[in-house]
Ligand binder design. Structure first.
Ligand SMILES: [Zn+2]
Length: 97
């Protein structure tokens, strides 16, 4: 069953498990009893076993530890090293101070 996230007027977040199609837009907060509005998030469908979850996890992991780096890559037209020119006419161009 999917989980639905709610937030009460005092800022407390909680989740409620409900069958699809029986979602309520507001439920009483378990702490203060005030009507808590539903947060619009994607329902957590079968938390740790879905392939989507694994994909999210693996991409988050490779953000800090890139997995596929074997070489710096081939030069692709763009000059490296700041694009130093050897044309003598370029010496006359204004330079930043
Ligand atoms: Zn509350």
């Amino acid at each position: 069953m999917p989980l639905y996230a709610y937030r009460c007027p005092e800022g407390r977040d909680f989740e409620i498990q409900a069958p699809m199609g029986q979602i309520r837009e507001a439920v009483p907060c378990p702490d203060c009893g005030q009507p808590a509005a539903r947060k619009f998030t994607a329902p957590h469908l079968s938390r740790s076993s879905s392939s989507a979850y694994k994909l999210i996890e693996s991409s988050a992991r490779s953000a800090s530890e890139p997995a596929v780096v074997t070489s710096p890559g081939a030069a692709s037209g763009a000059p490296r090293g700041g694009g130093i020119t050897h044309n003598p006419l370029h010496r006359k161009l204004p330079r930043p101070d």
